[in-house]
Design a protein around this ligand. Structure first.
Ligand SMILES: [Cu+2]
Length: 477
């Protein structure tokens, strides 16, 4: 057993004793295991995690052919520390394979359902026509196939794919069905950003496991908070990193949990925070990059960040942490291999600004299941939106948040947030398809549906709220 990083020892006296005993008796104990978590836990000494073994980070295989098959089926995954867990997978992978395509490609995807229940794939963030959107009424039964055929019209961005059945989306995503979908374009290519092993997708989520190591999912209406973090399906992961710049494509794949990410060295005499260079989010590159020390992200949101390990001494350990839960998510171990980097370290992108809305709509996210007082009915169209018209949509909640609001069929621009956190954060600029609305917050966005006409959905991406009915149909026409 190696020396403990200093940060793990800086806890109250009681917890130091508990931690020491825990280390002597168990390789895999978390102090949170004994604590109930009906609400998202706040940071506290009791949330400090004590472990002494880490596992190599799993990197899902990539699919680079624009014609491919995806099969959803039960299977098993090794999540580290010798634990084999029963999960649901796309193509036998947990998380699913990373799809990589270019703007202008035409995607031909054959989806097979080998789950014991209905499902459908939604391409989260992708601008596709309703027939390819994977909406709740499009579910296919066990043994059936759905053929997707759509052009990639999005700009470069990290999107993702996941199930979208009504009332079972939380369970299906929790059981493991999710994967990254990376789009490339010429604007991004000109920046010579880190690529190959220096570009790493990080699918971050939480999970609870029973004594056999299998997932436990027992949500309440208010959500579900797993007791253990996973990155790319790996428990307590580490990644060896060269002394150079890395690009991390972060996807929050939890059903409920909001993460506040931070990087800090853990084995230096004085540990220091390492900044993220934030270059992109849900909708691709931001108007300008910036250095951030903490970034708060909710289910469905994505981040594109650069991290420079070049100035760190070999054997330095850098931990990706979740400040909200006090979790250690992923340890980066700096090797003594240097690699030159000649790509961009700052980024600007010219993004058209939506303005002059000609209509306003107001959406109140009520309780844990309703929008504007109504439960979702997949056969009811709740409102019409004219094609090509810029509108101002206001999202408000008086409680039971966080509500990560997600819209299909168009990206939007966040204009303002009043109440609560009271500001628009740097990672919420540019194009978005999910925005976090916390208790007592009002968030204004500008949106214009100018890709396709037809029926789309807007919903809370806290998946338990969505399953309860916090979703609406609208028709672009
Ligand atoms: Cu909600």
């Amino acid at each position: 057993m190696g020396p403990l990083p200093k940060s793990r020892l800086v806890v109250s006296g009681l917890w130091t004793i508990v931690a020491a005993v825990s280390l002597l008796t168990s390789c895999e104990t978390t102090l949170t295991d004994a604590l109930p978590s009906p609400q998202q836990p706040e940071a506290s000494a009791a949330r400090v995690i004590v472990r002494d073994a880490r596992n190599p980070l799993f990197i899902p295989a990539t699919i680079t052919n624009s014609s491919f098959g995806l099969t959803a089926a039960p299977g098993t995954a090794t999540i580290g520390s010798g634990t084999t867990t029963s999960v649901w997978q796309y193509n036998g992978s947990f998380p699913g394979p990373t799809i990589v395509a270019k703007t202008g490609d035409n995607i031909l995807a054959t989806f097979q359902n080998k789950l014991p229940e209905p499902t459908i794939i939604h391409w989260h963030g992708m601008l596709v026509d309703p027939a390819n959107d994977g909406q709740p009424h499009q579910v296919i039964r066990t043994g059936e196939t759905y053929n997707y055929n759509f052009p990639v019209i999005n700009r470069a961005a990290l999107n993702w794919y996941h199930p979208h059945p009504h009332m079972t989306i939380g369970k299906q995503v929790y059981n493991g069905l999710a994967g990254a979908f990376i789009i490339r374009d010429a604007e991004e290519a000109a920046l010579n950003l880190p690529t190959g092993k220096y570009e790493v997708p990080l699918v971050i989520r939480d999970i609870s496991l029973d004594k056999s190591g299998n997932p436990v999912y027992s949500p309440t209406g208010g959500g579900y908070f797993g007791k253990t973090p996973l990155v790319n399906g790996t428990k307590d992961p580490y990644l060896d990193v060269d002394k150079t710049v890395y690009r991390f494509r972060v996807l929050i794949g939890s059903t409920s949990r909001v993460f506040k990410l931070k990087l800090s060295t853990t084995n230096l005499p004085t540990n220091k925070e390492i900044p993220f260079t934030l270059i992109g989010n849900d909708g691709g590159l931001l108007p300008s990059s910036s250095n951030q020390t903490q970034i708060e992200v909710c289910p469905g949101e994505r981040l594109d960040v650069l991290v420079d390990f070049g100035s760190l001494d070999p054997s330095t350990k850098v931990m990706l942490q979740d400040v909200n839960a006090g979790w250690n998510l992923l340890e980066f171990r700096v090797t003594n291999t240097s690699a030159s980097y000649s790509g961009a370290l700052t980024v600007t992108s010219s993004i058209p600004t939506l303005s002059a809305p000609v209509a306003k709509r107001f959406f109140s996210f009520d309780g844990m299941s309703k929008i504007n007082g109504k439960l979702y009915d997949m056969h009811r169209i709740d409102f019409m939106v004219p094609f090509g018209q810029t509108e101002l949509w206001t999202f408000k909640t008086n409680g039971n948040g966080p509500h990560p609001v997600h819209i299909h069929g168009a990206s939007f621009q966040v204009i303002s947030r009043t109440g609560g956190r009271g500001r628009v954060f740097p990672w919420e600029r540019g194009w978005k398809d999910v925005v976090l609305v916390n208790d007592f917050e009002t968030v204004d966005v500008l949106i214009r549906f100018d890709a396709y006409k037809g029926v789309y959905v807007m919903h809370c991406h806290k998946l338990e709220h969505e399953d309860n009915g916090m979703m609406m149909n609208f028709e672009v026409k």
